[in-house]
Write a protein that binds this ligand. Structure first.
Ligand code: GLU
Length: 491
């Protein structure tokens, strides 16, 4: 077999002249995690930015790996994040169906075209024969290439044998918009399977047919597909079609940067973040900045800003690290940006049980106090439970506070007695309370750090609370008096 050594520059369209049609093409093999959703987001952004179309195609030709319910999970995950598709599985569109298992006739038709043009043939070998070829390659210290064993007279393909691509091994040089200029030699190209013996096409074959028929302009996908790209280039040529723009996204790595993010390192179901009190805006912001920035120091991006600013040429080539602390920080930032009414709506499932009977107004007032302190909506019970139910005094908590830990309990108790009597006659708006508290600092000679922490603890028995004067004003005069008395009695 002769191998051509000339180096074709493969055809591809330049990004500036076309209206993008991008797709997210997941296989329904389980839940969606951060890496997968980031690919979807970037593809969506490319389409949104230039008034293009984003398509959701389901690649379900590997029936062995399929997990029931995955398609619904994928749709739900994307929608939670705010990623909508204008063509795809459940919404239809001009190139329907968008589920590969419903397009088998189309792949068979294209497979026959390749057979007819002499670029595909039935694979007659048994598993054992293939194993022998592989073993002899290993014994000869050569890489195993199927094409070294191409049958001279393959049987007619009747759909029961695997169908293989008759490759044309050669050098390739191509440009990936993210990874840059790449090149490979003929050894990267082999006769891969187009249609398996079960009648289903391989990913290597059907994604190319679908991308072509669906008019996909940009293929965004993860790094794991980069080594098979020369095979795809070879198939584009055999089919006589222009290839789309290729954008290969580097892996998302675990925080240590050493391994690809796995389930154990936080690659959990993206929907779980929603159940854990993360906002989709924060998650979108986080995913977009996993390996992309706009060239400035800006860290907070809304969907609109991302659409306006995103570009593939600013996606980093090196792997991004999954930093869950950054996600938490972003979530806190996004919680602060919400209007009180909007935040209140989103908190519906997060209130402590003790708030069940509280009025909307009471809850909103408490929410306004803690909005700046929430990192996730799930922090709500810890930060607010004591507004709705009597806390149980726990004097051991004073030893968790560095300043209080140094002072004997009796002395702390005396301070509480003074505080109770000063507050008894105070007006109970936040401003008057502050004046009373300031006066108390003068009369007791205590540092605010000690006095305020102590009162805060005695009325809440919680590790955090909003500003003390606001907390006391919201609890009200009588509650504050009775809680201080309970604390004093428990000392
Ligand atoms: N079905 C492939 C996957 O789930 C998609 C790869 C691609 O986008 O072409 O990994």
């Amino acid at each position: 077999m002769s191998e051509e050594t000339n180096t074709p520059t493969t055809n591809y369209q330049t990004p500036t002249t076309i209206t993008p049609r991008t797709r997210f093409a997941p296989s329904p093999t389980g839940y969606m995690h951060v890496g997968g959703v980031r690919t979807a987001l970037f593809a969506w952004l490319v389409a949104q930015k230039d008034g293009g179309t984003f398509i959701l195609r389901i690649e379900d030709t590997d029936k062995v790996r399929e997990v029931p319910g995955s398609i619904e999970q994928i749709e739900k995950s994307l929608r939670w994040l705010g990623i909508e598709w204008t063509e795809g599985v459940d919404v239809g569109g001009p190139y329907a169906p968008y589920k590969q298992s419903e397009r088998l006739d189309i792949y068979t038709e294209w497979a026959h075209k390749l057979v007819d043009s002499g670029r595909a043939y039935a694979d007659p070998y048994s598993k054992e024969e293939l194993e022998d070829f592989r073993n002899s390659a290993i014994a000869n210290k050569k890489p195993f290439l199927y094409r070294d064993h191409r049958p001279e007279n393959p049987p007619v393909w009747d759909g029961t044998l695997p169908l293989r691509f008759k490759s044309d091994p050669k050098d390739y040089q191509w440009t990936d918009v993210v990874m840059g200029d790449l090149s490979t030699g003929p050894e990267a190209i082999d006769d891969f399977i187009l249609i398996k013996s079960d009648g289903y096409p391989t990913y290597n074959f059907c994604h190319i047919i679908d991308d072509m028929l669906m008019g996909i302009t940009h293929v965004l996908r993860s790094q794991e597909f980069i080594s098979t790209t020369p095979k795809f280039l070879n198939l584009y040529e055999a089919l006589g079609i222009d290839r789309p723009i290729l954008a290969t996204l580097p892996y998302v790595m675990a925080i240590d940067g050493k391994k690809k993010l796995g389930k154990r390192d936080g690659a959990k179901n993206i929907l779980e973040y929603g159940y854990d009190g993360y906002l989709p805006e924060a998650m979108m912001n986080f995913l977009a900045t996993l390996g992309w920035n706009d060239g400035t120091e800006q860290e907070i991006f809304s969907a609109e800003e991302l659409i306006a600013k995103f570009s593939l040429d600013r996606v980093q080539r090196s792997p991004a690290r999954f930093d869950e602390k950054r996600l938490l920080w972003l979530n806190g930032q996004w919680i602060r940006k919400l209007s009180l009414d909007d935040l209140y709506k989103r908190c519906a499932n997060f209130w402590p049980e003790s708030a069940a009977q509280a009025s909307d107004n009471a809850k909103k007032q408490v929410l306004s106090l803690v909005q700046d302190r929430l990192k996730t909506l799930a922090d709500l019970p810890l930060l607010t439970a004591y507004f709705f139910a009597e806390p149980t005094p726990d004097w051991t908590m004073t030893s968790d506070n560095k300043q209080l830990a140094k002072i004997p309990r009796e002395e702390l108790n005396d301070l509480l007695i003074s505080a109770k009597s000063a507050l008894e006659n105070s007006d109970f708006d936040a401003e008057s309370i502050q004046i009373t508290l300031n006066a108390l600092i003068d009369t007791t000679g205590q540092k605010p750090g000690v006095l305020f922490s102590l009162i805060r603890l005695a009325v809440s028995w919680a590790p955090f609370s909003p500003a003390l004067n606001d907390t006391l004003a919201t609890l009200g005069h009588d509650t504050v008096q009775s809680r201080l008395q309970t604390a004093i009695d428990a000392a």
